[in-house]
Ligand binder design. Structure first.
Ligand SMILES: [Zn+2]
Length: 197
């Protein structure tokens, strides 16, 4: 962790910053007293929407931040998705810890056609209210940490809103975001490799 004062120097705090054409990052700081934990979310500009003369786009988000920042995250997204027909098409959740899923339900409410992309082994934690502290771990670090970070999620994502994807399986934006399984932090944790934008 870093002190909250240091984190205030981040150029993308509370606003999406375009890192390279079509790829944006926004960082929100979760504070624990005098220290802050920076939590990043990403936006990727997808295909243009022909009916809008290609002025509006489909957008893909990676992770949904922490619950206290949900309204700020939505506001920051709306400042980037500024065309009336811009739409959030996919929300890719790397894993279901609360600092990666916080704004999920708010985003599904605002963009009702949005689909969540997640690993099938995350289903109990993302959709069924199960906590990671119910998992048996094979490393002492996991077994200690799961009691600190493994509380059941306070929200349940409707399963009909989720598309389950494993490594090697194709999905619509496979050419942009490739799923790589990296289990250990959670059972279904996936890393997302940005291929191109
Ligand atoms: Zn985590």
């Amino acid at each position: 962790m870093t002190t909250t004062e240091q984190i205030k120097l981040l150029p993308d705090q509370n606003e999406f910053l375009e890192l390279r054409p079509g790829l944006y990052r926004c960082t929100f700081v979760l504070t624990f007293g005098p220290v802050g934990l920076p939590i990043a979310t990403f936006l990727i500009r997808g295909n243009p929407i022909p009916a809008t003369d290609n002025k509006a786009h489909e957008w893909i988000m990676i992770d949904a931040g922490a619950p206290p920042h949900a309204a700020q995250i939505l506001a920051a997204i709306e400042r980037v998705l500024s065309h009336p027909q811009d739409t959030l098409k996919y929300l890719c959740i790397t894993h279901s810890h609360m600092d990666h899923t916080g704004a999920t339900l708010l985003l599904l409410e605002r963009y009702p056609t949005c689909k969540v992309i997640a690993h099938p082994e995350e289903r109990p934690f993302l959709c069924e209210g199960k906590g990671y502290n119910s998992c048996s771990g094979d490393r002492w670090v996991f077994n200690v940490m799961k009691f600190l970070t493994g509380a059941p999620a306070k929200m349940k994502v409707p399963v009909e809103n989720v598309v389950w994807v494993r490594e090697g399986e194709e999905w619509e934006y496979q050419s942009v975001l490739k799923v790589v399984e990296t289990p250990g932090h959670t059972p279904g944790k996936k890393s997302l490799v940005v291929c191109c934008c």
